[in-house]
Write a protein of this length. Structure first.
Length: 125
C-alpha cells in the first residue's frame, strides 16, 4: 500500500479504515480510480480488520473475494472500510465498503465480501 500512498486511518477490533489519494499510478483510461485499485484497498481494509481479531502468532490471508463496483470511482480520495462479519477459528468473513470522495462529497462505489484463512506460523507485522 506504500506504492499507493495509502494510510491506515482507523483500527478498532474487527474494523479498519484505509484511504488513499488519487494519483497517476492508480487511474484507468478515464482518470478514475482503477477497479483493481478499488479491490486492493477493500482487500487491505478487510485484512487489517481480520488481523485485529486473530490471536497472537496467527494472521489472516485472503482466500477469496467478490467485489461489486456499483459506481465509477471518480474522485480525489478513496476510502475503504473493512468490517469482520464472522470471526471464525479457521475462516473469517469480512465486508469491505469502498467510498470515493469528490469535492467533499462521499459516495459508495464498491461492496466486497471476503473470506480469509486464519493461519499460524507467519511473521508478525
Amino acid at each position: 500500500m506504500r506504492t499507493f500512498a495509502a494510510c491506515l486511518d482507523e483500527l478498532d477490533e474487527g474494523r479498519a479504515v484505509i484511504s488513499m489519494p488519487l494519483s497517476d499510478r492508480v487511474t484507468q483510461q478515464h482518470g478514475f480510480f482503477h477497479g483493481g485499485t478499488v479491490g486492493a484497498l477493500a482487500d487491505t481494509a478487510c485484512g487489517y480488520a481480520a488481523l485485529s481479531m486473530v490471536p497472537a502468532g496467527k494472521a489472516g490471508l485472503t482466500a477469496e473475494y467478490k467485489i461489486n463496483l456499483i459506481s465509477p470511482a471518480d474522485g480525489d480520495r478513496l476510502i475503504a472500510v473493512g468490517q469482520v462479519l464472522k470471526p471464525g477459528r479457521m475462516l473469517m468473513v469480512c465486508q469491505g465498503d469502498v467510498y470515493v470522495e469528490k469535492n467533499g462529497q462521499r459516495k459508495k462505489c464498491a461492496i466486497a465480501l471476503m473470506t480469509l484463512f486464519v493461519m499460524e506460523g507467519l511473521p508478525s507485522i
